[in-house]
Structures are given as structure tokens and as C-alpha cells.
Design a protein around this ligand. Sequence first.
Ligand code: NAP
Length: 337
Amino acid sequence: MKKYNIAIVGATGLVGQEIIKILEARSFPAGNVYPYSSGRSAGSRAFINHNEVVVRAVTPESFRQVDIALFAAGAEVSLYYSPIAKASGALVIDSGTAFRMYREVPLIVPEVNAQDIKNHNGIIASPNSATIQLVTALYPLHKVNPIKRIIMATYESVSGSGAAAMNELTTQTKAVLEGRNVIPHIYHHQIAFNVFPEIDVFLDDGYTREEWKIIEETRKILHTEEIAISVTCVRAPVYIGYSEAVNIEFTSPMSPDEAKNILSMARGIKVLDDPSVSLYPQPWPAAGSNDIFVGRIRKDVSHPNGLVMWIVTDNLRKGGALNSIQIAEEMINNGWL
Ligand SMILES: NC(=O)c1ccc[n+]([C@@H]2O[C@H](COP(=O)([O-])OP(=O)(O)OC[C@H]3O[C@@H](n4cnc5c(N)ncnc54)[C@H](OP(=O)(O)O)[C@@H]3O)[C@@H](O)[C@H]2O)c1
């Protein structure tokens, strides 16, 4: 089988480290794997497929021998280096925000719109974590009963803001327990023992950019401008795992049992739903798993065509690293690379 040389830009970050683990766990047909970071982590070591590899600072020369460049280093790095990687002949798969809404860049969740990959022009984007778990869980239902409206709230872990935010939650938690003052650095407010409805910046309409990302990305992936969506994004003092409370209005009624049956058979979804034994998805047990977990599936008593559900996944895995790797696998398996 052909092997593919891979660059991981952001290899020392939370998503980059998951990329390394998942490539190995899935026996991805990797040839040489080149881990890149900024100058800060250059010279550190990464273990890739049981070999110790030195992490280097990314430069314009980093992509010369590369077939697939997986970017997980933030929008600025992607905007600068992706065109260079593409010009060097590498396929770019970007997990950040840089290109997601570009018309010529496919925005892909393989379980939903893998066919859109064919329209790529050298760069493919992976959506926001919160969008990935939403569309993966809703698409199988949408196919049989088109969705008209979604009202949802997210409960997003601090790892969504990168490694520094996880450290901040630890430091603040210790400070509160020891009765010391907390001074927030990453967020505007204390995150330990707190939640706040602010993720990314506020826009003129009162929504945040994170909320608009979910709305616009969902419509792009599902190929419809017709679905009405309103989102409130909340940061929660959780290390890993995004949770979503989602109210869905379908075109016609759908029973909870029908939704459970459809979701039980859907790729990448696990239904955990038995209130009698308090069984429902939670971020702590979801961390480290590749699945998207759905539970609390019930009638929305406020609308005859409505359902409510609770969706949880590991934001670093299916919400980030895994989705990018699945895009590469889809390319290889279909002979598109
Ligand atoms: N966290 C999530 O839940 C999640 C989910 C989906 C997508 N994403 C996207 O994935 C990307 C990374 O997120 P993360 O949470 O993994 O962040 P992170 O933990 O803060 O890691 C950032 C990585 O980028 C590298 N980096 C930063 N500036 C750089 C530069 N100028 N040149 C080269 N490398 C640079 C860092 O290297 P150093 O070690 O040298 O600083 C580190 O490897 C972001 O675009 C984010 O939007 C994140």
C-alpha cells in the first residue's frame, strides 16, 4: 500500500498531539511524519509510531517532501503556510477557522458530506468542534425528515481554547480551594467553579462569533440556507468534551423511538439513553473516545414536530484531530489523492 508523508503543523498542541495518537491507532498509511511547532517548542521530542522525532519550527521549506499537511496551529499560521504547502504539492487539511467559509474550500464532516471533497482546490477545512458533533448527529435524521429549525446551547470545555486554558482551569481550581484570589488570564472571567455565555468575540447583533460559526458552518455542510438556527455558546469548567442541548423542529413529527433507531445505526454515533438508570452522555467518560454520544432523546413538548436531545463528544478527537484524519482517509480510500 502506498504511504503518505505527513506534516503536522501544531504538533505540540492539544489537537496536534491527538493527531499523532490517532494516526498510530488507526494504522494510517503514513510514511515519514514531520512534526512542526513554533520556535517555542522547536527541539522538543515527539513519539510517532514508537520512534522519537525532533519537533522543528515550521518554515516555508517544511513541506517539500510532504503529501498531506495537517494544520492545527491557529488561523494566522494556516493563512500564511497553507498556500506555501499547497504550492509545494501537499494537500492541506486545516482544523482551524482560516478557510472554513471560503466558497472554494470544502468544509467536511466525512459522515455527512464526503462527496464535497471532490471540489477541493488543494485546501480542505474541518469544521468547529461544536458544528461537527451537531451535524453528525442531526444529518441521519435530517435525511428522512428535513429539519426546519434548531435552538441549542453548547457547554464547551476549556481545551477548546488550547493547552494554556487547561492549565488556567487547574491553576484557578487550586487557588479557589486554597482560598486564594483568582486572576483570569485566558478568559475575561474566572472559569473554575463558574460558567459564562461568551466564546470568541461579541458581534453587533449580540451573538458571539462562535455562535455564528455553528450557524454558518451547519448550513454550508448540509447545503441549505433554509434551516433557522439560534445558538448560545457557554464555556464550562470541563477539561475535555463539548456537550450540546439541542431542540429540533422537523418538517413532520418524529417519535423519540424512531430517532433512536436511526441514530443507533448511524456511523460514528452511540446512543446512551436510559433515564431509569441515569444513562446519558457526559463529557468526562467521552474524553478519549472517537464516538459522538447522544441521549435524553425526547419529545419537545413545545412543538408537535419537535425533539430534544443531548449530544457529547471529545472536542479534540472527533471535534478536531479525528475529523481531519478521516478526511485524509476518505481521500485515500476513494483514490482522490
Ligand atoms: N482545541 C480544540 O478543541 C480544537 C478543535 C478543533 C479545531 N481546533 C483548531 O486547532 C488549532 C489548534 O488548537 P489547539 O487547541 O491544539 O491549540 P494549542 O494547544 O494552543 O496548540 C497550538 C499549536 O500551534 C503551534 N503554534 C502556535 N503558533 C505557531 C506559529 N507561529 N508557528 C508554528 N506553530 C505555531 C503551537 O506550537 P508551540 O508549542 O511552539 O507553541 C502548538 O503546537 C486551532 O486552529 C483550533 O482552532 C481546536
